[in-house]
Ligand binder design. Sequence first.
Ligand code: NDP
Length: 444
Amino acid sequence: MSYIDEVLQEVVQQNPNQPEFHQAVKEVLESLRPVVEKDENTYRQAAILERLTMPDRIISFRVAWMDDNGKVQLNNGYRVQYNNALGPYKGGLRFHPSVNLSVMKFLGFEQIFKNSLTGQPIGGAKGGSDFDPKGKSDREVMAFCQSYMTELSKHIGADRDVPAGDIGVGAREIGYLFGQYKRLSGVYEGVITGKGLSYGGSLVRKEATGYGLVYLTEEMLRSNGMDIAGKTVAVSGSGNVAIYAIEKAWQLGAKPITCSDSSGWIYDPEGIDVELLKQVKEVNRARLTAYAEARPSAQYRPGRGVWSVKCDIALPCATQNELKLTDAQALVGHGCIAVAEGANMPTTMEATTYLQQSGVLFCPGKAANAGGVATSVLEMGQNSQRTSWTFEKVDRKLHDIMVNIFHQAEEAAREYGVPGDYVAGANIAGFKRVAEAMLAQGIY
Ligand code: NDP
């Protein structure tokens, strides 16, 4: 049996009931075949794939907090410190009821390759909780964040592990988490990114994942002789990534026509009004029905359906496995030319294969949504230097990083005989840098 098949089998056997984790590992290892088979003995002797798929450490803890009725509530808290061959652990925190160890491990594993692709000195990690901030008062969210950080603070630090936001962890949660860390440690350091501008945050961090996604999409189209201007774009989600992808799509001359949340979705043939969307989601924390009520051209439909709309480009920006085979078939049927993942693993494996085989340009999240973490590293740099850069400077750096990530994936795919397969290219380029560092650093 080949080394890759052996490791795949072991991962499934040793981590039962973790389907998201299995899916992420399978996708990466399958595409590493041409690299690993070239030098199988070296990788096997050093157990590189076993070490890459097993986290350095999993921290799992109880989070107790008091609700507004004086009742004590409990949640599960996690931090998976996956691999620090390239630098301090880095990856977001997700607060959502769907969080479990399988989701944490899939996200942490993906993060290793994403962070490697940025070319910056950061390892991979992920954390979070099954706590749901939706419908909680600010005081309840603060109580939860303080309790979560009380445990997490023992394991993080500016040179050790630097968390950031993700689903359910935005500006409010980051502020409470940072405040509690500072209180416990007595140190004012860049221990978390995505901070507010008044206390060490970076300009463009809030916009970075969405903007970066669209910069990369523009480059992918350009490299294939097309232009993003004039294209219609279907976007799912209406959170941080989706909002700023919509904003940047407008800025580059495209027309975003959909967005969604977990209750329903909007089709707006006039194009999504991004200022209204920000007001509804970022300020009022309301549902998309409020957007439809305020916008005569918008049609609101409950449930799923974003991918049934005719579009040139699809940007899934909500959550994992939200774009399924039937959705991919609908997109191809309507003449969609490109899909780039703003969310992590939003496209199922069957849908990915179908899109690629149908000639749709497809860029995986670990390349397409790396702008968030890349800008987090720019925030860390500014914190260390006690300085802050202009919006234009950070935005230019973000743009260059995204263009570079695309070309790394494109080049690796070409070098290993699968031109145009950006999934394989991203995995190969990300893997090579980490594997080289692990081999150089001995057994650990
Ligand atoms: P937000 O919490 O800001 O927004 C998430 C959006 O997705 C909301 O519209 C939410 O709807 C929707 N959503 C979440 N879960 C589900 C679900 N199970 N079914 C349907 N809709 C759902 O998160 P972000 O925008 O930050 O993150 C979105 C994706 O992007 C995630 O996969 C995340 O890992 C990834 N990502 C984020 C980065 C960042 O910098 N923020 C960086 C890289 C990747 P509702 O409000 O109804 O729950």
